[in-house]
Design a protein around this ligand. Sequence first.
Ligand SMILES: C[S@@+](CC[C@H](N)C(=O)[O-])C[C@H]1O[C@@H](n2cnc3c(N)ncnc32)[C@H](O)[C@@H]1O
Length: 203
Amino acid sequence: MREFIIVGHKARTDGNFNLNDLPGSGGRMDILCRCVNSALFLSHDLRRDVVIYLVLLGEPDIPGIVKFEGENVRYLNPDERSSGSLIKKALEKSAIPRWRESTPGVWIRLGGLADLLDEVLTDKKRLFYLQEDGGDIRDEFEENVPDDTVFVLGDHTGMTPEEETVILDSDAKTINVGPVSLHADHCIILVNNEIDRTVGTTG
Ligand SMILES: C[S@@+](CC[C@H](N)C(=O)[O-])C[C@H]1O[C@@H](n2cnc3c(N)ncnc32)[C@H](O)[C@@H]1O
């Protein structure tokens, strides 16, 4: 299983945003929508072994998390409005501290990054923090990719020092996907590709 966590510092935590204005009214929800696309889509199929979590930290409510499961998701097309609309539907459901499914394969719960890492990280999973000055992913995955990997990334504002502390305290290994700073969705494509090259995909 491959899991991605992206933190949207300005992303709205209710469904009160316009699908025609994901960057403005959605608090850069467009970034998160592109990350869903990059994590889950193959050319004519979905990556069934991938889950992506969107940590929403913007206005107006307390933090929430939306989860997309590649294996179970339905009604998702590879455009930003499509993922935006499934996120909006999830946010229109009243969130509680445990997961509730809003549409097939899309889930919502209350919580922030620390809550999510607590829940997701089990003994056999390896956590990787994507950062420009980390170690080279190719050195890390040259010979072996762990069966269960979790990758955490920032949005256009990166990660706050407090979030970095939470991540590093969770025993994360810091890795980079190349020598220059890229958009988060592009990093996800590169991570998927690096792992595909080593172990293939079950998509
Ligand atoms: C657009 S970048 C953030 C840029 C932001 N201005 C900053 O200073 O952090 C979004 C996220 O993609 C990831 N990222 C970008 N380039 C990367 C690289 N070359 N290797 C690994 N991760 C990268 C990081 O997680 C980063 O927080």
